[in-house]
Design a protein around this ligand. Structure first.
Ligand SMILES: *[C@@H]1O[C@H](CO)[C@@H](O)[C@H](O)[C@H]1NC(C)=O
Length: 144
């Protein structure tokens, strides 16, 4: 015989297990609903195109989500949205490549002080610039 005391606990446990790991990822203007704060990360190819200059590619992942390898055109804004998971440990990292240059860092880290709802990264010839609005960019990383 089922003890009804456990039903809410079972539902909560099931919800945690299914929600805590993977994020529901949306691209562009699609709207994901849910009880947690929604974040959007933008990665903008701001490299001035020149004939023969190496193309940019990047690969973004969380521990549980793989967004695939991207080849953004100059000026293109690759963006995705997600909601914080129950355990609040969301972290997305990307590795970038351009010719002989590479870089790899966290583009969204829930545990950082400077959290953003709209997180913008500009990829330029000389490195990577971050902004939590579209206005003030600060250089954060260099190519290696
Ligand atoms: C975000 O990505 C979508 C494609 O998924 C694109 O149509 C849109 O322009 C991008 N957002 C911005 C602000 O450029």
């Amino acid at each position: 015989m089922m003890n009804y005391f456990y039903v809410p606990l079972l539902i909560l446990a099931f919800f945690s297990l299914t929600q805590a790991e993977k994020h529901e990822i949306e691209y562009g203007i699609e709207d994901i609903s849910g009880p947690f704060v929604k974040y959007t990360v933008h990665i903008v190819n701001a490299i001035t195109p020149k004939p023969g200059s190496p193309i940019l590619q990047f690969h973004c992942q969380s521990n549980d989500d793989d967004l695939g390898v991207k080849f953004p055109k100059p000026g293109e804004d690759f963006n995705w949205s997600f909601r914080e998971n129950l355990i609040g440990s969301t972290l997305f990292f990307c590795s970038f490549n351009r010719g002989q240059q590479s870089a790899s860092f966290d583009v969204f880290n829930h545990d950082l002080d400077d959290q953003c709802k709209q997180c913008y990264w500009l990829v330029k010839e000389d490195g990577f610039y971050f902004s939590d609005s579209t206005k003030l960019y600060q250089k954060r990383y260099n190519w290696k």
